[in-house]
Design a protein around this ligand. Structure first.
Ligand code: BDR
Ligand code: CA
Length: 333
């Protein structure tokens, strides 16, 4: 297949600027309750063609989040999608997990089945590189919903893929403050050096941060709509929300849990779901109180190029309609 086999308007490096959907994505995740919703949306949305799931240590150890990813795939009947384990630790810093939100397993709450879907024997970073190289330039979107370790390693290992990836649409960061510290969001704080590499590479980067994802609250009404679907994946989703809601209430005082990660998938499936603004984002790596902060400039002070896009508002109704339709569409394992 050649680069021009995919119809669409090609930009620099052969990137497709407005080709027809669905969008082909690699979901790089650390399940994680909200990562599980990202997997379900990626599988069930007509706007997404899920090419691979790669895992990264974050919410829990690599072993645990990889088992969780395979368990989600098993519950949701996801077959034929490579699932591969990536980096077991951040580039520089020690591993930091989020047991206060996701529990000891990384996905506490529902009983998880023994996975029946296989683990791809390749390293997750190799799966990212090989998948991008095997597809027409400009066709694969990377959707990281955990620390950016794998994505940074892929960019360093195979710089040619930076010019072949359509875009990176990540859940992480925020311009209005953090959730682990006053300044920093978990995914960026967990591996700020990796985030620095990813935001600094010459591929388009869109940040879907807490400013957007704190609008994606799974209220009791949303949980009831999911429960009404009456399927095993829906029951699993409701059990995830019950635990996630309790933890977010105890840890951060939320009335309903913010379901962060599928917001990035939803934006790829339908640009109408998240309003974006051009900006430039720098990653704080040496701050005394601000390490992991995504320092966001919407103005371009000192002539800095507004070379990133930053999510500012979620279309809540559209988001939840997409999410619930996707859960309804996935078959049971
Ligand atoms: C992010 O951190 C993780 O705990 C969630 O899965 C999400 O990706 C939110 O800060
Ligand atoms: Ca995550």
């Amino acid at each position: 297949m050649t680069d021009t086999d995919v119809p669409g308007n090609y930009g620099p490096n052969g990137r497709i600027l407005d080709g027809p959907g669905p969008r082909s994505i690699i979901l790089d995740c650390d399940p994680g309750h909200d990562d599980a919703f990202a997997i379900m949306l990626a599988r069930g949305s007509p706007g997404i063609d899920l090419r691979a799931i790669t895992t990264v240590a974050g919410n829990q150890t690599l072993e645990k989040v990889t088992r969780n990813a395979r368990a989600v795939a098993t519950i949701c009947g996801i077959t034929g999608v490579p699932i591969a384990a990536g980096a077991a630790a951040p580039l520089v810093r020690p591993l930091r997990v989020a047991a206060d939100i996701h529990g000891a397993s990384g996905m506490d709450g529902p009983a998880l089945p023994a996975p029946t879907v296989p683990l791809d024997p390749r390293h997750g970073v190799d799966v990212i590189v090989e998948t991008v190289r095997s597809q027409p330039a400009g066709s694969i979107t990377l959707v990281p919903t955990g620390p950016l370790t794998n994505i940074a390693l892929a960019a360093r290992l195979a710089p040619d893929i930076v010019g072949r990836v359509r875009e990176v649409v990540l859940m992480g960061g925020g311009y209005g403050g953090g959730n682990v510290t006053a300044a920093a969001e978990f995914n960026i704080l967990a591996d700020p050096e990796a985030a620095h590499i990813v935001f600094g590479a010459a591929w388009p980067v869109t940040m879907v941060g807490l400013d957007v994802t704190h609008q994606a609250l799974a209220t009791p009404e949303i949980a009831a709509r999911i429960a009404d679907l009456g399927t095993a994946p829906a029951a699993f989703a409701v059990e995830l929300l019950e635990f996630f809601g309790r933890m977010y209430s105890a840890a951060q005082g939320f009335a309903a849990p913010p379901v962060h990660d599928p917001c990035a998938v939803a934006l790829v499936a339908d640009p109408a779901v998240v309003a974006l603004r051009p900006a430039h984002v720098e990653i704080e790596r040496t701050g005394t109180h601000t390490t992991g902060m995504t320092v966001t400039d919407f103005i371009g002070r000192g002539g800095v190029a507004l070379d990133h896009r930053v999510g500012v508002e979620l279309n809540r109704d559209l988001f939840w309609d997409m999410m619930i339709a996707a859960i309804a569409a996935i078959s049971e394992g």
